[in-house]
Design a protein around this ligand. Structure first.
Ligand code: SF4
Ligand code: SF4
Ligand code: FES
Length: 886
């Protein structure tokens, strides 16, 4: 709907419901503002956006457009008010501030209205404590945008107004910003119109000359970044204001943790290990060395002896090429991705039951859900932009929140029901929730009769799991299980989000079946605001799952046994039809001397796999281990060749985020040193192996177009369309049609009906014993990402310099452990030293350790037990003992 307004005598039609300020800006009129930010609720306090409406002065940011409005944006009366506002603010504003940053919103307005600055700077108002943000309160004009940004979007309430009237001061909730509750998202900096809050990088390197939009290299949210470049160097990152994914917001990783690109220890030339020492070589030498070793090994042991592992750091196009390289050049299906150690159960579970191994809905549906259940996801730390969105909806009472997690995470503090189950008892808990839904008649009968099969068998299995039985096993009170189940089933639409706390179990895939079962019996699939959302870990795990880096699946998740002919035709060669080994099996095969060569793109196998002692032995037996990466890592100790890869800021391509959205990765700077994008490295290797004709691509777009021709779900997504429309979720099968955002509407990908998969509980092999009385969970923190190879090389390392283990107050007291003590953690599999945090986040009997630093390397301790369906290791349950280190 539109309305007609007249502006400075000219008639315009504008969208109904817009603020007058937004409408005027969209029409191209200059209206200055200070307290307004389109990400925040309007305040109407600075009065700079004043305009005349039907002859009366009004603040345009707080006025909605109305039909027939007559508006003047530049009358003398308007200009006089604006000048008065600016003069008042300029009285105490430092004179020298303008010259440095003429483009800041406040400074642009000063210049436009010819207002001179009067004030001087006081050094005591400058706070230099924070690694990323410089606070200069000399330049604060009390617009409160920082306060509102932190309050309304992030929910951390760091900035507070102290004092009254003209003596009001904005200060953080600690002695300085570094010692406040700030989580370094940078939103307040982005909102500040003067530079009172400024990025240290900009102050160090200067304001960017150009901005390039790209996608965050960290988590599966896939936030869009604006990357600022000056003289060919990255100097700043800001959130994209137009992104539907992150809506002008970022977390500390996307916003600030980009400096690893320039880390002194980045590998910038190819290396070959000679007599235990790395020697720099030319690309030609490195590539021909790898090719000749691969040829020898293939000739001697056959294609089953080689494997390829692909981390989700790389683009879709590179993942596709890595899989194609394994199959076409090496003749093996021994190809897998890091999804094996994070979300393979999610892809497998969703595919088995619904037919598409991805989220059923998009992030946009968060606003439509009435109940959200978060399972095994420390969302505000691991997927912060989405976590904070859910948290704020819960805080504002706009959504009911159930959190299933043994830890009292930040998001659990906002939950209506926190189901703090004993680690490893998820199956019992979800069966008990299903038991309540069945026994209390809360099943969506209509949905189930139309679209679901196997209800009777399902009812029979869950009938054994009463809430009272579940209370005994899980430790969650029966009445809480009942109430949470009722809420999920009745306060619809309900969405389920999950993280690795759901998948990294010996019944990981079955737990996902259970979540899908719950959604099916309550009719929470195929509807806006409902559905199933695996919060994928790395930026492009969703891509790896679907680009063919899988021992049993070709690109598009086509089973090897199905449509192999199509790929034989497309790639012009016969393919090996025997399923290959997955990542876990490849390590086992190396241990047995069956795997001889491994190429790893962007993954630290040694640090990320469980039971490190075995992984170490396995890797040391390989005859050829090739790493393609930016930095040496723990796996490098056993590698023979290191090929330096470009970062995602140095190449073109696409990533696919957790909501199936394909987004562009754009080249921001030239690759540093001699590093190359992985796609070019794969092509060079293919050429050297004599398969160049199969890899004739001149750009990532060429590769993407081949993917489009192989996989109908992305046929409608072209680079041109991504440029024009922004990221598009798949399936988008047609060029002239929008993407399908809600999957399984009316029918599932597997057909009209799907079958429930009831799951019986099998206790984890890692039960506490007298010798190992505690249960260890491992996971991530806000400041570091997975094995930390990128974040450890940024200012995040200053904020959080080492791994830690959380120990409950009760256990700490019993064990004589104080906060900050170094403790020894020992399991049946290994032992390590790590610093203790005495914490209320974990219950008695449970400890939680982070996984980011090689010094602690908690995977020395983690059990090698794996899920029998997907082979994901059970990182979330290991029986351990913890002792104060002497
Ligand atoms: S950086 Fe983020 S968390 Fe910190 S004060 Fe600013 S808005 Fe709040
Ligand atoms: S939430 Fe994820 S994608 Fe967004 S900025 Fe943070 S790490 Fe990057
Ligand atoms: S921008 Fe409208 S009153 Fe401040």
């Amino acid at each position: 709907m539109t309305v007609t307004i007249k502006v400075n005598g000219v008639e315009h039609r504008v969208e109904e419901g817009l603020s007058l300020l937004e409408a005027l800006r969209r029409l191209g009129y200059y209206v200055p503002s200070l307290c307004y930010d389109d990400r925040l609720s309007p305040q109407g306090s600075c009065r700079l956006c004043v305009v005349e409406v039907n002859g009366r002065l009004t603040t345009s940011c707080t006025t909605k457009v109305q039909d027939g409005m007559e508006v003047r944006t530049d009358s003398e009366q308007v200009n006089q008010v604006r000048r008065d506002v600016l003069r008042l603010l300029a009285m105490n504003y430092p004179r020298d501030a303008y010259a440095k940053y003429p483009f800041k919103e406040f400074h642009v307005a000063l210049s436009k209205y010819g207002v001179e600055l009067q004030g001087t700077s006081r050094p005591d108002l400058i706070d230099n404590s924070h690694p990323y943000i410089v606070v200069d309160m000399n330049r604060c004009i009390k617009c409160f945008r920082c306060v509102k940004a932190c309050d309304e979007v992030q929910g951390y309430h760091v900035w507070r107004a102290w004092g009254r009237g003209g003596r009001i001061m904005i200060r953080p909730d600690g002695p300085d910003l570094a010692h406040s509750s700030c989580v370094s998202c940078g939103l307040c900096v982005d909102a500040c119109p003067t530079g009172a809050l400024e990025d240290r990088s900009v102050l160090t390197y200067g304001w960017p000359d150009t901005w390039v939009k790209t996608t965050c290299p960290y988590c599966g949210v896939g936030c869009e970044l604006e990357v600022g470049v000056k003289d060919g160097r990255i100097v700043d990152v800001r959130p994209s204001r137009t992104s539907v994914v992150n809506r002008g917001n970022l977390c500390v990783k996307g916003r600030y943790a980009w400096d690893y690109v320039y880390s002194q220890d980045r590998v910038l030339r190819p290396l070959i290990k000679v007599d235990g020492e790395w020697r720099e070589v030319s690309w030609d030498e490195a590539i021909s060395f790898v090719a000749s070793r691969l040829k020898e090994i293939l000739a001697k042991y056959g294609p089953g002896s080689v494997g390829v592992l692909v981390g989700a750091r790389v683009t879709n196009e590179e993942e596709y090429l890595a899989g194609k390289f394994a199959r076409v050049v090496l003749g093996t299906n021994n190809v897998d991705s890091c999804a094996r150690v994070c979300h393979e159960p999610s892809a497998q579970g969703l595919e088995d039951m619904l037919g598409t191994g991805g989220a059923t809905n998009t992030f946009e549906d968060i606003d439509l859900a009435r109940t959200i259940m978060v399972v095994g996801s420390n969302t505000t730390e691991n997927h912060p932009v989405i976590g904070n969105r859910i948290k704020m909806l819960a805080e504002q009472g706009r959504v009911k929140l159930i959190v299933v997690d043994p830890r009292r995470t930040e998001i659990a503090e906002y939950a209506d029901y926190h189901l703090a189950l004993r680690p490893g008892t998820d199956v019992v808990l979800f069966n008990a929730m299903a038991n309540v839904i069945v026994s209390e008649g809360l099943i969506d009968e209509e949905f189930v009769s139309e679209r679901v099969e196997g209800l009777e068998e399902f009812k029979e299995v869950v009938s054994n799991y009463t809430p009272e039985f579940a209370e005994k096993v899980t430790g969650v009170r029966a009445d809480v299980i009942r109430e949470a189940a009722r809420l999920y089933a009745t306060n619809k639409p309900s969405m389920i989000f999950w993280g690795l706390g759901a998948t990294e179990h010996v019944q990981g895939t079955e737990i996902i079946y259970q979540l899908i079962d719950l959604a099916l019996i309550t009719g929470n699939v195929g509807r806006p605001g409902s559905g199933l959302m695996p919060l994928r870990g790395k930026n492009n795990v969703q891509g790896t799952a679907i680009m063919g880096d899988h021992p049993k699946k070709l690109p598009g998740a086509v089973p090897l046994t199905q449509n192999i002919e199509m790929f034989e035709k497309l790639w012009g060669t016969k393919l090996n039809p025997s399923p290959g080994l997955d990542g876990i099996e490849m390590v086992e095969a190396a241990m047995r001397d069956d795997l001889k060569a491994l190429i790893v793109f962007g993954e630290d196998v040694l640090m990320s796999h469980p039971y490190m002692e075995m992984t170490e032995k396995a890797l040391s037996k390989l005859e050829l281990l090739v790493l393609v990466d930016m930095f040496h890592n723990e796996t490098s100790k056993y590698a023979h060749v290191f090929l330096p890869a470009a970062s995602s800021f140095e190449k073109e391509g696409t990533f696919t985020n957790a909501e199936r959205r394909v987004q562009r990765v754009r080249k921001v700077i030239e690759p540093l040193g001699e590093s190359l994008p992985d796609w070019q490295i794969i092509i060079r290797l293919a050429n050297a192996m004599g398969y160049g004709d199969y890899f004739r691509y001149s750009s990532p777009e060429d590769v993407w177009n081949e993917i489009r021709s192989a996989w109908p779900a992305v046929y409608g997504i072209t680079y041109g369309r991504l440029e024009r429309e922004g990221g598009l979720p798949y399936p988008t099968p047609r060029l002239d049609a929008p993407p399908v955002k809600v999957l399984h509407v009316g029918q599932f990908t597997v057909g009209k009906k799907t079958r429930l998969r009831p799951v019986a509980y099998i206790p984890s092999p890692e039960q506490p014993t007298e010798e190992y009385p505690l249960t260890l969970i491992t996971g991530r923190t806000l400041y570091h990402f997975n094995m930390g190879s990128m974040t450890r090389r940024t200012g995040n390392q200053v904020i959080e310099p080492e791994d830690f283990i959380e120990v409950s107050e009760g256990d700490a007291k019993a064990l004589g452990i104080s906060d900050g003590d170094v403790v020894r953690v020992t399991s049946r599999w290994g032992s390590t030293l790590i610093r203790a945090r005495v914490s209320r986040r974990v219950s008695k009997g449970v400890v939680f350790a982070t996984v980011h630093h090689p010094e602690a390397l908690i995977n020395r301790v983690v059990s090698p037990a794996v899920d029998r369906i997907s082979h994901i290791p059970e990182y979330k349950v290991t029986a351990v003992r913890v002792e104060k280190a002497s």
